[in-house]
Design a protein around this ligand. Sequence first.
Ligand SMILES: Nc1ncnc2c1ncn2[C@@H]1O[C@H](COP(=O)(O)OP(=O)(O)OP(=O)(O)O)[C@@H](O)[C@H]1O
Ligand SMILES: [Mg+2]
Length: 254
Amino acid sequence: MQPLLEGRGLVKHFGQVQALRGADFTVFPAEVVALIGDNGAGKSTLTKVLAGTEQPDEGEIRFEGRPVTLERPTVAQDLGIETVYQDLALAPDLDGAANLFLGRELLRRGLAGRLGALDKAEMRRRAIEAFARLGVELQDIDAPIGTLSGGQRQSVAIARAVAWADKVVFMDEPTAALGVLQRGRVLDVIRRVRDNGIAIVLISHNMPEVLSVADRVEVLRLGRRVATLTTTDTTVENLVGAMTGALDNAETTP
Ligand SMILES: Nc1ncnc2c1ncn2[C@@H]1O[C@H](COP(=O)(O)OP(=O)(O)OP(=O)(O)O)[C@@H](O)[C@H]1O
Ligand SMILES: [Mg+2]
């Protein structure tokens, strides 16, 4: 199958630090691929490079087989690539619908066809639809996001990315701060997104979670991809071994 999004030989320096040292990464259509690696391995940097937030110093990015230059996040967004960053970037005082449309608000046609006020009713209708599609249950759709639980907020952040992404959503540690039940709900949302045909890149330090939700795993160590694994034939021990280098005979990518 042709990869949807591919990074090849990506290099990224921050001053003296080499965050990426020739990293490769592959995303196939409609899969959950986990990106794992120790702290500082370069996971967040790789995500930012593939979402147009950071520019690589060297290397190539291909989208649907064609080389692309993602010079700005909006260029990636136009290709259908969205990111859920760990700090979420939601507006706590606004409700779910307003957050979904943050920065992309719908306007009503006013007098003489001029764009007028915000089309709140239409945004609310579409938000309810978007939440329902992902199984996100909010008791009060009009409640400010700041009053929701961490898991609900995370789900709104994911729904927001998914509402605009039609190809890939990067999620940088979306469950790190969540309790067991909330984590389960967010993982369900991730599965639903995949079932809607969108690929998900999940960064996580939680190996049982990775095994439960991901189809494939790519392992980054010291800024390079050191292994790609299929979740059905691997174990937590294998994943940890690949991350630390203890298992360098794991199915290593050429
Ligand atoms: N904006 C930056 N300026 C300077 N150094 C940076 C910057 N971003 C990342 N780095 C460095 O690049 C390396 C890789 O960082 P990165 O955040 O990509 O790792 P990570 O795999 O996401 O780690 P973690 O699991 O802790 O989130 C680290 O040594 C980090 O200090
Ligand atoms: Mg990180």
